[in-house]
Design a protein around this ligand. Structure first.
Ligand code: SF4
Length: 372
């Protein structure tokens, strides 16, 4: 389908898209944690761009980071050192994990990006945590206003919420296509679509999504059916692993990834105070394993398994990703107790050792096929 190529193009041309935005005198703000409210950045007519890393060797970052820094954070810092993100007007992060926190300091120290901001995100979602987070989002808005000499009005934020919610609704419709016995779209294509939504303007992305939804029902090249899998685990900034799964008899029909449902599943509810609505949404969204409310995440995974008729789960754990590694034994036990087969796979963002990983995935899929 030709329209799918448009989403792939956004991924491959992400830096050109950001530069063209800048050429129109509009700021580009990089972010890397799903606890960053894109709506606020968008409301000042800036482009929020997710920092996704690459699969290339990380020789420059290796000089700064210890061996036990995760290869995703290492890769993004390497790109920063290579000036791939030199066009950024700002970089925003949040306290997701130690690797993010430490590399944030290195970005500050080693790059010339003019604006940095750190959002303190509570690890719980109690009322006190909500009150605190509301203040943090307000502080973020005010800091953008002061730095970029602009006013972010409630009206602009409301409009931005509406665009982002529309994007979330459309992405959910794409996910619905995978609930069918023969999914109309596979996991590789879906991940490309979700990733591209983090790299271009929401209005442009919404237009592409609407066109895709119009055309896909008459698709003449549907994906091959296979063992229906839910994918969870660490940051997945490229579709390579899903491509492997789908080349050896599986099909990724659902996920619990911070580049998947954890990014877009929860909508911002309407509230007279849009900052309050945004802060509520981000603190109540499907939590990452770095948060205290683990049960909410597991319940989301179980719901996805049911809704998408999932046969087994693959948990892709990036080496040294403590947050997901600590979570993996509990999650595995919980799912196995429900009769769900789980494969935990350790991997590196640079794809070293990918051949044995492919063998393990293939063997796992063969096993599931043999289960009566
Ligand atoms: S992959 Fe894991 S350790 Fe690395 S930045 Fe993401 S959450 Fe942190």
């Amino acid at each position: 389908m030709r329209i799918l190529q448009s989403f792939r193009n956004i991924l491959s041309e992400r830096h050109d898209i950001a530069r063209s935005w800048k050429n129109q005198n509009k700021p580009v703000i990089g972010w890397n944690s799903t606890y960053t409210p894109e709506e606020i950045i968008h409301a000042m007519d800036a482009l929020p761009v997710r920092i996704l890393g690459s699969t290339k060797p990380t020789m420059l970052a290796d000089a700064y980071l210890p061996r036990n820094a995760c290869s995703f954070a290492r890769s993004t810092f390497d790109l920063a050192l290579r000036s791939s993100y030199a066009y950024l007007d700002g970089f925003v992060t949040s306290n997701s994990c130690d690797n993010f926190n430490k590399t944030y300091d290195l970005w500050r120290h080693c790059t010339k990006i003019p604006y940095f901001h750190f959002i303190n995100t509570p690890h719980t979602n109690t009322q006190k945590a909500h009150d605190f987070f509301h203040q943090e989002i307000t502080r973020f808005k005010e800091s953008l206003e002061e730095t970029f000499k602009t006013t972010i009005t409630n009206k602009k934020i409301q409009h931005s919420i509406q665009l982002c919610n529309e994007n979330r609704d459309l992405l959910k419709k794409i996910y619905d296509l995978r609930k069918r016995d023969t999914p109309l779209i596979n996991g590789t294509e879906t991940l490309e679509i979700v990733l591209s939504s983090m790299l271009t303007s929401k209005s442009e992305h919404n237009t592409l999504l609407k066109q895709l939804l119009k055309e896909i029902e008459t698709r003449i090249d549907p994906p091959k059916p296979g063992v229906r899998l839910l994918i969870t685990g660490s940051m997945m900034g490229t579709p390579d692993l899903l491509n492997i799964i789908e080349s050896v008899g599986g099909i990724a029909v659902a996920d619990d990834l911070c580049t998947g449902t954890r990014y877009f599943w929860t909508l911002v509810q309407t509230d007279k105070n849009p900052i309050k609505a945004i802060s509520k949404r981000y603190l109540n969204k499907i939590p990452s394993p770095s948060r205290y409310n683990w049960e909410e995440r597991v319940s989301h995974i179980k719901n996805m398994i049911k809704q998408f008729n999932v046969e087994a789960v693959i948990n892709f754990l990036l080496k040294f990703c403590d947050t997901h590694m600590f979570d993996a034994p509990l999650l595995t036990e919980e799912l196995k107790n429900q009769g769900i087969h789980v494969l935990n796979v350790e991997w590196e963002h640079t794809r070293s050792g990918i051949a044995p990983i492919k063998n393990r995935i293939e063997a796992f899929i063969e096993t599931i096929k043999g289960v009566p």
